[in-house]
Design a protein around this ligand. Structure first.
Ligand SMILES: NC(=O)c1ccc[n+]([C@@H]2O[C@H](COP(=O)([O-])OP(=O)(O)OC[C@H]3O[C@@H](n4cnc5c(N)ncnc54)[C@H](OP(=O)(O)O)[C@@H]3O)[C@@H](O)[C@H]2O)c1
Length: 329
């Protein structure tokens, strides 16, 4: 497959290049040039081939990894040219009216009908048929995977509280305010009363059977990558820890990238890998269930999940080109 990456100079785009360079299903890989932007990929063995936006129409598939709004402007012309699209932004994740509420007016409502939400663990069949895929948000991936089995089992009685923290790459590359001087020795919450991932999280949980309240408390961690979500909910009845583990292990038994483990997860074990590590506790003191999820926001939270979708769309093994082992230490 010939593949192009738009937004290749950004963090998620760079991660796409890293993972696609040695992907067995990719015969040609281009980084799309928009103009004279200064871009560098110190992590790659060699700079990738580049092409203009027009030349990218020679590709079979384009990954779009620009800011929100960018894919709405250009996805249509690629689809018309016969090029499939996987977009990493929020552009096609939400219904038009919900998108407008959180981001502003949608510029390509005519494409919404053909966009498929690209969450492999929720809808492999839909993704395999799609030509326009909306890759999920990074926090959303962690929270959905952490709650899906309990929601489907009807075990969440109400009030889900999510306290999550992300490394700074979650905010993109061009954020001078996230400098070493401001981040080091610092830990802070942000967007605590209206993070833009909320509607996507709530929509996913509703589809799994939970539509009660959700409190989402994101924090900024002074590290480059990684997300840890610590979640608690009131169960519909008293649940033994063994029952919880059995439910999650069964729900995710066939999944290549989900690990349900006894030990509490940690971000470092997932860095560079497409894994999401999950663990559970039943807390006798509060009576609440605790679920913990860790993943690499740039891999399972962005580029890796996009490549999982690419594999499904191309009929390749879902694990092609995707590391399951993380970096350690
Ligand atoms: N960072 C994460 O953890 C993460 C996780 C999930 C989803 N996402 C989503 O993925 C997208 C990229 O995120 P990021 O963190 O990689 O951001 P980023 O580091 O700021 O990179 C965005 C890149 O988009 C390109 N770009 C800028 N303006 C553009 C335009 N008008 N049209 C097309 N491309 C444009 C630029 O690349 P060039 O210089 O190569 O043109 C820029 O480097 C965002 O929509 C973000 O919400 C990010």
């Amino acid at each position: 497959m010939k593949v192009a990456v738009l937004g290749a100079g950004g963090y998620a785009g760079s991660e796409l290049l890293r993972l696609l360079t040695d992907h067995p299903g990719v015969s040609a890989l281009w980084a799309v040039r928009r103009g004279e932007e200064a871009r560098s990929w110190p992590q790659l063995a060699a700079a990738p081939a580049s092409c203009t936006l027009e030349e990218a129409k020679e590709a079979d598939l384009i990954f779009m990894s620009g800011p929100h709004g960018a894919a709405q402007r250009s996805a249509g012309e690629f689809l018309d040219a016969g090029v499939s699209v996987i977009d990493l932004s929020a552009d096609f994740r939400l219904p038009e009216e919900v998108y407008a509420q959180w981001y502003g007016p949608h510029a390509a409502p005519q494409l919404q009908g053909q966009a498929v939400y690209g969450f492999p663990e929720l809808d492999r069949a839909g993704i395999a048929q799609a030509r326009l895929v909306a890759n999920p948000g990074c926090y959303v991936t962690a929270v959905t995977l952490a709650l899906q089995p309990a929601a489907r089992a009807g075990w969440i009685a109400g009030e889900v509280v999510v306290s999550a923290a992300s490394g700074v790459s979650g905010a993109g590359r061009n954020r001078p305010e996230l400098s070493m001087g401001e981040l080091a020795e610092n830990f802070r919450p942000y967007a605590v009363t209206g993070h833009r991932h909320l509607p996507e999280m709530e929509r996913n949980l509703k589809a799994c059977g939970y539509s009660g309240p959700l409190l989402f408390l994101p924090h900024l961690l002074p590290m480059a990558r990684g997300i840890l979500a610590s979640i608690s909910f009131q169960p519909s009845r008293q649940l033994e820890e063994q029952e919880l583990f059995a439910l999650y292990q069964e729900a995710y038994a066939g999944e290549s990238f989900l690990r349900v483990q006894q030990e509490l997860p940690e971000t470092k074990a997932t860095l560079g890998s497409n894994r999401c590590d999950l663990s559970l506790r039943s807390d006798p003191h509060s009576g609440r269930v605790l679920v913990f999820a860790a993943l690499d926001n740039l891999v399972k939270g962005a580029a890796g999940q996009a490549i999982q979708n690419f594999n499904l769309m191309c009929g390749l093994p879902e694990t092609s080109g995707l590391p399951r082992a993380g970096l350690w230490p």
